[in-house]
Design a protein around this ligand. Sequence first.
Ligand SMILES: *[C@@H]1O[C@H](CO)[C@@H](O)[C@H](O)[C@H]1NC(C)=O
Ligand SMILES: *[C@@H]1O[C@H](CO)[C@@H](O)[C@H](O)[C@H]1NC(C)=O
Length: 286
Amino acid sequence: MKIKTKRSKRKLGLPAAIILCSLFFLAGFYSSIFFPHDVPVTIPRLRMLEVAEGDHDTKPHGLTGEASVESIPFQVLSWKPRALYFPKFATPEQCESIIKMVESKLKPSTLALRKGETAESTKGTRTSSGSFVSGSEDETGTLDFIEKKIAKATMIPQSHGEAFNILRYEIGQKYDSHYDVFNPDEYGPQSSQRAASFLLYLSNVEEGGETMFPFENGSGVSPGFDYKQCVGLKVKPRQGDGLLFYSLFPNGTIDPTSLHGSCPVIKGVKWVATKWIRDQIWTTDE
Ligand SMILES: *[C@@H]1O[C@H](CO)[C@@H](O)[C@H](O)[C@H]1NC(C)=O
Ligand SMILES: *[C@@H]1O[C@H](CO)[C@@H](O)[C@H](O)[C@H]1NC(C)=O
């Protein structure tokens, strides 16, 4: 009985297979004639991306790789300028300890002057108070921890960072739009450049105090622009959050849309730790 069934299956199978093959051939043949461009292209997705998008599962390090595995969430804010946002980059305790560290050492913030400018002619451009502290000067290790985390997030080594400039903006205080990068046309030849800036917001500000990029998406890049306006892409400070933006394009030239400023504080106090990241190892703290 078994053999018979098999045979009958084979007998039925052979013509069916021939018919099916012919159908598939004809379907393929005609579709290639009538829909020559309709071939679906599937691009395989990278496994690492799928993992990263999912549950923040991480890949185990290799035998020779770095042992630390951590996830640093970020959000792309803008491509012009290239700006990234890092929610909860530091803890509230870390932020408070940084404020305590410098509170008694604040001095009025100064400006790097262009050719022909004087302290008097630039008065009112930058009205915050601040203090410079590097990771190595902080015995609690908080600043060193933050510096290392910034280095990981940017993949630019810690040695490229200037000391933190920790700033306090009280009501009405602001910083008009400016570049962190020093254009050699205005400041003379530079031995190294500020390639990127990382701002760590140390306090919540009730109103005002946003970091603004007036030339967002390239709009408004014009000679008649009013540098005192608070316009464009505005980032509201939130304690512990980080903002990273690049002042240089990948080819090393200055990104005009990296112009930025600090809107006047309307209510509350703004505390921010600024880390300027150089394109070369930074040895002197100025
Ligand atoms: C800037 O460009 C991005 C991406 O094209 C767009 O989503 C955003 O709305 C633009 N912003 C402005 C203010 O035009
Ligand atoms: C550098 O890159 C920017 C942005 O992609 C581009 O607009 C500019 O023309 C480039 N400059 C040079 C000298 O390659």
